[in-house]
Design a protein around this ligand. Sequence first.
Ligand code: KG4
Ligand code: ZN
Length: 344
Amino acid sequence: MICLGIETSCDDTGLALVQDGRILGETLSSQAPAHAVFGGVVPELASREHERHIGRLFDALLQQSGVALQEINAVAATRGPGLLGSLLVGASFAKTLAAMLNCAFIGINHLHAHILAVGISEAMQFPALGLVASGGHTEIYRMDGYDKFTRLGRTLDDAAGEAFDKAGAAAGLAYPAGRAIDQLAARGSRGRFALPAPYLANDNLDFSFSGLKTAAVTLARELRKNGMENDLPDFCASLNWAVCRAIAEKCRRALEDNPDINTLYMAGGVAANSMLRETLNSLMRKRGGKFASPPLRLCMDNGAMIAHAGEILINMGYYHELDAEAIPRGRKMPDDYKKRTFTA
Ligand code: KG4
Ligand code: ZN
């Protein structure tokens, strides 16, 4: 099967073709520069940019991979959660192609796809914990199979990446600031500023990063009054460490609650963070367990994770009719796959 994947949930337009788990080609257009002047993603602008670029990216994908249009026999698009206008651009493009090629269509859960991207480079094992940490989401799942995700916890307010991006902006770093914070933190002392690891005095597996975000923004503004240059590495290290501790502690508790699990998968843009990777890797190593995360390029929003998840699910018999709705952020993703039954 050659499966096309289309990702347009936020500000990256990503397309890819996969065949039997192998990536045949990928194209990606990041809108970050267009949104940087506003300090965050502007939904109306995002959907217009997707619409402007998707056709060109699709043509480039076919050229790059040497696949002919008619050879595509499955189409997967991000169904949600995401910005509705952005989702609609990708879904409409995907449905039109599926109708034209008379092939299977499937709408993909963006968060599940992030974690399943681990499977592009290695065989996944279940049960496992799956953590998504990005600019818009921080969620933790129990996974009992490619199609069996149980959410154990989520952020009640801001995502980890949002705290990085807004605190970074207050410290004078360009949007999105996560990567710069990661690099600066490597040179800093994480104990210098007392930024508390948030939302640990409770017995659930949820997260909350809005308090930490406000504390870090306030601290950055204070420090900038005296010129922040020299404090920046310590500020970044302290903020990064607070985020790491909050995430690692909830993962540790999730493992205690699920004693049959000793594997942790992490994905999403914030999964690119070196301190977080090292912290979680060390947590799992100490337990004699396994930690894995996709290569950095596939941690960010991309088309390959959607194509990959699509191929797996379609091979399991799942699909959607063309009337499947896009699901914006904040609305529960329906579990409404259609299922083909295979006859031997
Ligand atoms: O998954 P993603 O590309 O888009 C979504 O939000 O869905 O994630 C983008 C987020 C941004 O908040 C960005 O600052 C953060 O990932 N990020 C990082 C790093 N690289 C990207 N955060 C911390 N450390 C990094 N190395
Ligand atoms: Zn994402």
